[in-house]
Design a protein around this ligand. Sequence first.
Ligand code: B12
Ligand code: SF4
Length: 498
Amino acid sequence: MTLIKILLVNTPLTGGPQIPIPSVAVDKGTGNMPLGLLYLAAALRTAGFADVQVLDFLTLGVDPTQAAEMAARLHPDFLGITVCSLSCYDLAEFTRLLRRRMPACHISLGGPHTSNYPDILLQAGYCDSLCVGYGERAIVELIRRLERKEKPANIPGIGVINKNNEIDICPPDPLGDIDAIAFPDRSLVNRALYSSWLVDRPQSATALLTSRGCPFGCTFCSQSHTPHAQRSVANVMAEVESCLVQDFTMLYFEDDSMNLHPEWMNEFVRAMGALPQKPDWAFRGRVTNFDDDMAKACARSGCVRINFGIESGSEEMQRKIGKGIKLGDALTALRATKNAGIATVCYFIMGFPEETEAQMRQTFDFARRLDADYAIFSPLYLFPGTELYRREKQKRGPDYDPYADYTRKPTADFVPPTPRGMVAQQMISRLVRLAYLRFYFSPHYLFSGKGLAGGFWRGVKGGLSLLAYLLCGPKKLIGRRKTKDIINGIELRFGGIL
Ligand code: B12
Ligand code: SF4
């Protein structure tokens, strides 16, 4: 056992850009478990590092000052931070405060944004090292080296500034045997922070992953064409059973494409159905090969909700964005899911390059035809690492890289880039609002009682958030989120942890 003090956190997201989603459309629970951090923590503990703590600043809703205060009270020797592309503004302030308060602490970054701009993140001085790709093996080796007071050079997946002041990024190793990865250590977070209200009562919820990566090539998604590996059903069921022992009653599988292989899915559903005490469960699914038999089998085994990524109601756009699903399959899957009594959430994006107004209107007409319980419509924002961002850079020339600029010098008013001009963007924003209006304020929906899942007052709150979105549109809602003076409250709730 080694006693180096390790703290793993995600970056707060209060000061920079936000992409709002009306709360009626999302699970009315209280947060998603930070699985990446819990995987890292489990890998470290398995490797013999006993003193590992996790703080989920995203769910706690604290700002960088509060986060730095909480982190400093724990006096870590090593601080690992997950960074997403929108959170650089808060990251800059958070790490500036940490450097002042804990100059000796080694700060390391990882997460979706680090693989895109490792050089800029290192040069900007936010960190002493960073991780590109999955981090379970990399973080263990990194901390071992630090403990032995050796330079963390040539560790697969780790980037540093070397002794010659050059950026030195060692490419990550392939993922390896996915069944050998230790299960996320859920004992490290305050489980009271995570509940799901999608069914008619609050449930103690946790997230799981049965796979890594995605073989599909959606042009708007940064996970596209990442090596896909799926765990064996036996390995997943061992984790499910450990969640049940910890009294979680709602399991949410957050894979990018969990039901990619129907044979795997059938085997998994049979195993879930054979549990003596079946938990409720939900997953992010693909409509392809999802028929009545599969839907019924899912329902019998306790599945209560499926989130489907549909994206567009136009066959032509489906081809252009590389999603590769057929609208007929979407109708079949939604009908089957509904007939089986499973709740459905569908995601749509509007404003793809070259998409016409008529095609966007097809999307919201299609959303109504699908008759999902919830629909989420988003204007397209470009994220680094996506095909569409690459194309936009090619189109606009060598100086165009707004995320590089934002990473180097983050500003609070950064707006995630879009591939269209201002006028088109205003039209897209209007159509997104119209889509919400037509979906949720149709007499059919209003009298269906669907929006009331989670209780009357949650339904009213969801309705109000939708009205705010309809009146202001997404752009006006991008900006500072209110934070509470929360540190003392958290101290009380965390008791022993802080
Ligand atoms: C679940 C999820 C959420 C959940 C919960 C996130 C959470 N608390 O963890 C919620 C709903 C809150 C969410 C919100 C958003 N999300 Co999200 N989300 C996901 C999803 C589907 C799974 C995340 C996950 O568990 N991954 C699996 C774990 C194993 O991977 P990981 O978290 O990356 O961690 C590994 C490595 O990155 C690394 N690592 C991570 N941190 C560190 C730190 C150190 C020190 C080291 C060494 C290594 C390391 O090691 C980990 C283990 O291998 C991903 C897609 C995906 N497949 O990753 C999108 C994804 C991360 N989300 C994305 C986006 C865009 C968002 C939002 C902006 C959406 C919005 N409308 O607001 C917000 C931003 C919130 C934020 N993070 O600041 C994008 C990120 C794009 C980007 N470049 O930043 C992704 C990649 C989806 C996509 N395909 O585009 N999200
Ligand atoms: S949107 Fe979904 S299916 Fe498409 S590449 Fe991303 S994770 Fe894969």
